[in-house]
Design a protein. Structure first.
Length: 296
């Protein structure tokens, strides 16, 4: 099927003139006539009748024009839709993020993005990191926001914000916050850690191992909010992300207990499949997350 012949036919029918069709298509009049003759031969019928004023559609030409006109309208609508997507006037983003990162990190950024691009629909689910990776590979989400470090050959991983883990406690252990403590001293007290399945817990476990410390936490909880509450009620010393508890530290609800063996900083990252290109809207959101995090 020669689409150029249909395009030439469409313009000749629309303007009722071979010369005007050639002007619109930037080709010669003989080229227009040849394209129409080729299409008539392919269709096995006459599509135009020549008149002193130009050309007029035959009955068969009228039928063809009706469908070609509809096709060009669909093409125009598709082009406009793509322009809208490019200009963030439509589209959707599907994100996977943990409860903690959603509440303490993503929501404020998402609010600003929504205000700037209200036509973009954003869908958020809050599973664990392994489930986020599973959803990515199944094509159920566009990208995930996860705690780093993380390695997977199938994924692009982009750091978007540096975070710092820390130990905190309530009034009962306030005395430990007056000066830095050996890690061996900190772990003598009840420890509150995230569940073993979390990427953050794996990172802290490696930190303990690298400092030759063996730990058996008294509480293993599902999210940082629970760790914060248990620490405030004096159940022990919790390991949480300092970036997310600045208000509690400033108000004296929690006290930071600094180990002599500093916990190395890490980052939050965006993850998406290498062989699946991000939509323009998803790329825009990831870039805005990275930029706003650096500005803070």
């Amino acid at each position: 099927m020669n689409l150029e012949s249909f395009k030439t036919f469409y313009f000749a029918a629309q303007y009722g003139s071979i010369s005007k069709a050639s002007e619109q298509l930037y080709i010669t009049q003989p080229a227009v006539s040849r394209a129409i003759k080729q299409l008539e031969d392919d269709m096995g019928c006459t599509l135009f009748i020549r008149t002193p004023k130009g050309v007029k559609l035959t009955q068969e030409g009228e039928v063809l024009y009706k469908y070609i006109d509809q096709a060009f309208n669909f093409i125009s609508a598709a082009k406009k839709k793509i322009e809208d997507i490019k200009n963030l006037l439509s589209g959707e983003i599907r994100i996977g993020v943990s409860d903690t990162l959603c509440k303490h990190y993503l929501l404020p950024h998402l609010k600003r993005f929504n205000m700037a691009h209200p036509a973009i629909k954003v869908h958020v689910i809050c599973p664990t990191t392994p489930e986020i990776i599973s959803h990515l590979k199944a094509g159920k989400i566009d990208f995930g926001i996860i705690n780093m470090p993380f390695h997977d050959e199938q994924l692009h991983l982009k750091s978007i914000m540096e975070i710092q883990d820390c130990f905190v406690a309530g009034e009962k252990y306030k005395h430990l916050s007056t000066q830095k403590q050996p890690l061996s001293e900190i772990v003598k007290h009840p420890l509150l850690l995230l569940e073993r399945s979390s990427n953050s817990r794996l990172y802290i476990d490696r930190y303990f191992q690298e400092n030759s410390i063996s730990v058996r936490p008294d509480f293993e909880l599902g999210n940082i909010d629970l760790l914060i509450q248990f620490a405030r009620f004096d159940f022990g010393i919790a390991c949480v992300i300092k970036n997310f508890i600045k208000d509690d530290l400033a108000k004296g609800n929690l006290y930071e207990i600094e180990p002599l063996e500093k916990i190395p900083p890490r980052s939050i990252g965006a993850a998406w499949l290498k062989d699946v290109p991000l939509s323009i809207a998803a790329s825009k959101l990831i870039n805005s997350l990275e930029y706003e995090s650096k500005e803070q």
